[in-house]
Structures are given as C-alpha cells and as structure tokens.
Design a protein around this ligand. Structure first.
Ligand SMILES: [Zn+2]
Length: 179
C-alpha cells in the first residue's frame, strides 16, 4: 500500500489508522479482489468538504485506488478514518453499496475500525529545509546585514563630513582672529 498524502496530517499516523482496516477488508474477508489489489493499493489523502473534522472517501471498483478526504482544521477521528478506509476497500474489491450490510451505511465503530480507538492523527511539523534552501537563507541574511551597514556608514560618513567642515570653519575663524 502506498499513501500519497497532500495534507498536513502525519502520514505515519494515517497509515497506522487505515492499514489494519484495509487489510481486514481486502485480505481477511472472502474477497473478490485479485491479490495484487492490496499490494498495489494507492491511497490518496486530500482535504475534503465535510467540515473541519469530517472524513470522506471514494474508490474505484476492481482497481487498487482510493481517495480519503479529511478536514483541514481537525481533529481527525482515527476511527472514522479507519471505518471509511475499510468501506472504500470494499469498493476496491468490487462491492457496491447494495452488496454491503445495511446498504453500506456503517456504524463509526466497525469490526475493522476498532483498532483505531484511542489513536491520534497528529499534524506534521514544519517541512524540513534542504541544504540549498538553508544556504540561500544564509545569503539573504548576510545581504540584509550588508545593506543595513551601508546605510549606517553612509549616514556616519555624511555626519563626519559635516563635523569636519564645522571644525575647519571654526579653526579658520580663530586663526583669522589672531592675524
Ligand atoms: Zn461507498
């Protein structure tokens, strides 16, 4: 199973929640799926339109491809996520809603989602910068410092010229006075 995660929710947490559910629905139940369906399964995680905490999904029949949608604000309920993932896995193995118990309407807590009780889906930390980005940031900081120093020393140079002129005039006046 491969997870293509386009959200800020941690991929390892998502995997822990959905993998057992998908395995149970695709492998451990008498299945219509070809064996490679599970191995090649690609799960895409995107933000959905079911509110800040809502979980949704869609899947292809007889094809190892499902998409799970999650809220952006969260928190994301790991049990919901596992429950939906198991449902989509049923579609992957060819089941339509009419083939499922209760017409595909599930309880939140199903036999394939109980493992997720107490699990948390955490936010991913800020993305790690690569070497090139860090080097570019360092150059930017040095450039900003250099710009400030040029401004500062231009001002001080002007001030020094003004002071020099003032004291030169004072000296000329005093020397003139003694002449
Ligand atoms: Zn469905």
């Amino acid at each position: 199973m491969r997870i293509k995660n386009h959200t800020h929710w941690r991929t390892d947490d998502i995997r822990r929640a959905i993998l057992p559910a998908i395995r149970r629905r695709l492998v451990e139940v008498p299945t219509l799926a070809r064996p490679e369906t599970y191995r090649r399964l690609e799960v895409t995680i995107v933000y959905g339109n079911k509110g800040p905490t809502g979980v949704g999904g869609f899947a292809y029949y007889h094809r190892p491809d499902m998409t799970l949608t999650v809220g952006k604000a969260g928190p994301i309920d790991a049990v919901d996520l596992a429950s939906v993932a198991g449902h989509e896995a049923d579609h992957n193995r060819g089941l339509k809603h009419g083939d499922m118990p209760n017409g595909g309407m599930h309880q939140r807590l199903e036999s394939w989602s109980r493992h997720a009780v107490g699990m948390t889906i955490r936010r991913a930390g800020p993305p790690q910068q690569d070497r090139a980005t860090r080097a570019a940031d360092r150059r930017d900081r040095r450039r900003r410092t250099a710009e400030l120093k040029v401004v500062e020393w231009t001002r001080k140079t002007r001030l020094a010229r003004t002071k020099l002129t003032k004291w030169q005039r004072a000296l000329r006046r005093l020397e003139g006075g003694t002449r």
